[in-house]
Design a protein around this ligand. Structure first.
Ligand SMILES: Cc1cc2nc3c(=O)[nH]c(=O)nc-3n(C[C@H](O)[C@H](O)[C@H](O)COP(=O)(O)OP(=O)(O)OC[C@H]3O[C@@H](n4cnc5c(N)ncnc54)[C@H](O)[C@@H]3O)c2cc1C
Length: 457
């Protein structure tokens, strides 16, 4: 039995709990196929606390599950085997803005939306953005290299991390990157920790880059019949308009958000819908492109936002999908291919899914402008969860063969965690996985950091 009293001495008894409700709440993320079963939950207040926690865990041979906003979709923050959950929810302060550097230093538990608001309040912009912005935390975003809806213009979380403080699985504190734009002094270890899903160490602080706020944005929403047309529309806009997002959803996704009370913006019902966001300064050109794609029959119908409220309403059709479908406990996939391969990948994947799931509803949506598609298979009400999960995992192998054939990734932005662990080899070669294992051995020789996630030792 682990000695929790000595851990309480490290973090203070008020920052450690074995309360059942808290363990249940903090031992899980958005994944719903597994039951949380953590040993305890601790709420460090400082890097020193985190270092003490890691040393304690090494001594006691207890696994650690780092926990941010718990909005993860791959089970990365699930504690299912008596691990200690280390929640950063009390390390949630924005510490320092450096205007000259256009950078902000913050604790790992800062909620993404709070950083976005802070940046705007100070005349800057933090561009990584997605529907879980109100609950996800910067530490979790870094650990998953979160992407989202503005990747086309601004890239991924990785592109905004200028410095990190991490506590490794050996209890060492590393200052990585230090906010330097240029630093040609060997391996950039910062990038190893970005996207490592807590398997190498814990991020306690981050220095994030900021940029200037964008010009006002406008949104176009179109009904489209097929993916070839979607990609032609993408090409037409991208080549002549400054677009910041190009998103898609299928009719099943539209039905999901409509059932939750969102109004359809178009009378036309079609297989696909596309949302394009662009700088208002490019209005005239965007309208010309819109007219052209309508004339050419690529878009069947469309609407242009006339105000920011209308733009927000159109965005909700895309952004509310995950929440609208949550009550179906969907089985999720988050795959990517190169943009040029989207139509052929989609045709192949759709054929497999339709063949294997003749009676299930298959919802497609995602960031098609960067080659990333989310696939949600809705659980039929009467089917027991375990049976549904097993059936879906079987189909995953077929889907991932298609992903592999098209040179894609089995997890574009949600991470590997527990749910995609069995399939890592569809995207990473045996040599790459062996190298990742060797790296883990360096930073976490006792295997205490998020054990069982991403790959087995
Ligand atoms: C409605 C909805 C929409 C979403 N849309 C997107 C999207 O568009 N793009 C996208 O990329 N993701 C999306 N996600 C997934 C999710 O929000 C992201 O993966 C997010 O980055 C997770 O952050 P979090 O703080 O909630 O992390 P958590 O879920 O708490 O943890 C995620 C992983 O990071 C590790 N971790 C957390 N904090 C730390 C830390 N301080 N140090 C080390 N490891 C840590 C955890 O152990 C776990 O492995 C969406 C989720 C939802 C629910």
């Amino acid at each position: 039995m682990a000695d929790l009293q000595s851990l309480a001495n490290v973090v203070g008894p008020e920052n450690l709990t074995v309360d059942d409700d808290v363990r249940h709440e903090f031992g899980r993320d958005w994944t719903r196929y597994m039951q949380p079963a953590p040993l305890a939950v601790t709420f460090p207040r400082s890097t020193e606390h985190v270092r003490g926690i890691v040393r304690w865990a090494r001594n006691e041979k207890v696994g650690i599950v780092p926990s941010g906003g718990r909005s993860g979709l791959s089970g990365g923050a699930m504690a299912i085997k008596g691990e200690l959950v280390v929640s950063f929810s009390k390390m949630n302060k924005i510490l320092e803005l450096s205007r000259g550097d256009a950078m902000v230093r913050c604790e790992a538990g800062v909620i993404t939306e709070n950083l976005q608001k802070f940046a705007l309040d100070h005349g800057f912009y933090y561009p990584v953005d997605f529907a879980a912005r109100g609950s996800s935390a910067i530490g979790g975003n870094i650990a998953t290299n979160a992407g989202g809806i503005k990747v086309l213009r601004y890239g991924l979380t990785r592109d905004w991390v200028a410095g990190l403080t991490v506590v490794t699985g050996t209890g060492e504190v590393l200052e990585l990157g230090k906010g330097l734009i240029k630093n040609a002094t060997g391996y950039d270890l910062r990038h190893l920790f970005i996207g490592s899903e807590g398997t190498l160490g814990l991020v306690t602080h981050a220095t994030m880059r900021l940029t200037r706020p964008p010009l006002p944005q406008r949104v176009l929403f179109m009904a489209v019949n097929d993916t070839e047309s979607i990609m032609k529309i993408f090409d037409a806009f991208r080549s002549s308009v400054a677009i910041s997002a190009f998103e898609t959803l299928n009719e099943d996704a539209m039905q999901g958000v409509s059932a939750k009370g969102l109004k359809r913006p178009l009378e036309t019902v079609s297989r696909w819908y596309v949302l394009v966001e662009h700088d208002t300064a490019d209005n005239d050109r965007a309208l010309e492109v819109f007219q052209t794609v309508m004339n050419e029959g690529l878009a069947l119908d469309g609407v242009v936002s006339e105000s920011s409220a209308q733009a927000a309403a159109l965005w909700r059709l895309r952004e509310d999908i995950t929440e609208a479908l949550a009550h179906h406990t969907p089985y999720k996939n988050d795959v990517s291919v190169m943009v040029s391969r989207v139509p052929s990948f989609l045709a192949d994947a759709d054929a497999v899914l339709k063949r294997e799931y003749p009676t299930y509803t298959i919802v497609w949506f995602g960031h098609i402008g960067d080659g990333n598609l989310h696939i949600s298979i809705l659980k039929p009400k009467e089917l027991p969860m375990e049976q549904f999960y097993k059936a879906c995992q079987k189909v995953d192998t077929m889907l991932f063969e298609v992903v592999q054939k098209h040179g894609g990734s089995i997890s574009a932005e949600h991470g590997v965690g527990l749910t995609k662990k069995p399939f890592l080899s569809y995207t990473r070669s045996p040599e790459e996985i062996a190298t990742m294992r060797a790296l883990k051995q360096v930073f976490d020789p006792d295997g205490i950091m998020n054990p069982g996630k991403m790959f087995d030792p």
